[in-house]
Design a protein around this ligand. Structure first.
Ligand code: PLP
Length: 365
């Protein structure tokens, strides 16, 4: 007898969106016609233009990934040492980008409603060495952008948002990406909008944008060399995938919203959920659920895994607990949330029958 798991494909927390082949090929045809493969070609320019229009932001610098986008943001402000206040509840890249720029991540705990940086705890973490605050709009929820800006202004700190989850989220009538000094995006294959690999820096400040543009191309324009840069340019093939995906962005967002709605209905409040934020137009980037205990989470995971369904423990462990950090700074809220939070499968081609199956298994356990 074959089990259900053996007869169906495995279900993961996400599945990269693939546009219709012909649409991707039509962009690839253009690359073959022009012979322009990289170095800020026409497709990269077109994608930058379309994305900044769509998101309602200016000074959009497309780069090779979301991690280097964070490193570039630090570089653009000349931050080469010192302390960066950040969140322990994120993907590890937020902290590793700080470490690679030879700075020290200083963890401030999160608040329990939306899992973003707890603004009331920032000031006591500031020292003379603090250079910037790097919060995360985790799962696409908004940080307390006004509270953070107030503190940054008071102490003269830069605010760099890791906005890898915030594509398409709007807050108080404008893009969530328009807050802070720089916001960074990731267009990794697993994200809401992707270009296979890719990322971006967005800033209100044209000068910062020009610096970012230099940094990503070796610090050089023609024969002039302005600063030590590195290679963070994106290729025309990546832009081609981005442009093909972009044509479907509304459909992708709508489908995610519908699926999240199914989960809401079928789970009937059995699991904890982030609080609804007033003023937030959510992008449905993830469907995080909070179990009562880690033990309950593990029991549900075991039952789902048996059926070939693999949700993810996002984010686990809490980054402040990583063994390679110089010191351990307790962040009890983040550690507690990390131990019992998971993201359920959420992607445009996920079918209602599968969502029902997932919810049934959760209900039984
Ligand atoms: C995905 C992600 C990144 C890293 O982006 P890459 O494009 O994979 O380098 C950084 N921060 C967060 C919060 C992410 O989810």
């Amino acid at each position: 007898m074959t089990t259900a798991a053996a007869t169906t494909e495995k279900i993961f927390v996400t599945k990269p969106y693939l546009p219709p082949k012909e649409e991707y090929y039509s962009y690839v045809d253009r690359i073959y016609e022009t012979g322009h493969l990289t170095n800020e070609g026409p497709l990269v320019k077109e994608l930058e233009r379309k994305l900044s229009d769509y998101l309602g932001v200016e000074n959009f610098q497309y780069v090779t990934n979301g991690t280097i986008a964070l490193q570039f943001a630090l570089k653009a402000f000349g931050i080469e040492d010192g302390e960066i206040i950040t969140t322990p509840f994120s993907y590890v890249a937020t902290t590793s980008s700080i470490l690679w720029e030879r700075c020290k991540p200083v963890f401030v705990d999160i608040e329990p409603d939306n899992f973003t940086l707890d603004v009331s705890k920032i000031e006591s973490a500031i020292t003379e060495k603090t250079k910037a605050i790097m919060p995360v709009h985790v799962f696409g929820y908004a940080c307390d952008v006004d509270g953070i800006q107030k503190i940054a202004d008071k102490y003269g700190l830069k605010v760099i948002y890791d906005a890898a989850h915030a594509f398409g989220s709007e807050y108080k009538g404008k893009s969530l990406l328009s807050y802070g000094d720089v916001s960074t995006l990731s267009f990794h294959a697993t994200k809401l909008f992707h270009t296979v690999e890719g990322g971006a820096c967005i800033t209100k400040d044209k000068e910062v944008s020009d610096r970012l543009s230099l940094i990503k191309r070796f610090g050089n324009i023609g024969e002039e060399h302005y600063c030590p840069g590195i290679n963070g340019k994106q290729s025309e093939f990546h832009a081609a995938m981005g442009l093909a995906n972009f044509a479907h962005i509304e459909e992708i967002k709508q489908r995610r919203k519908t699926i999240s709605g199914y989960y809401d209905e079928l789970l009937e409040g059995r699991l904890g959920r982030p609080k609804t934020q007033s003023g937030l137009e959510y992008n449905y980037a993830y469907y995080p659920v909070l179990f009562k205990t880690e033990e309950e989470l593990l029991r549900v995971f075991a039952a789902l895994n048996k059926q070939g369904i693999y949700p993810r423990r996002y984010f686990y462990p809490s980054i402040n607990k990583l063994s390679y950090l110089d010191e351990y700074k307790p962040c009890p809220v983040s550690e507690n949330i990390s131990s019992r939070i998971a993201c359920l499968p959420l992607y445009p081609t996920l079918e209602l029958s599968m969502i029902k199956r997932i919810c049934n298994i959760i209900e039984k356990v």
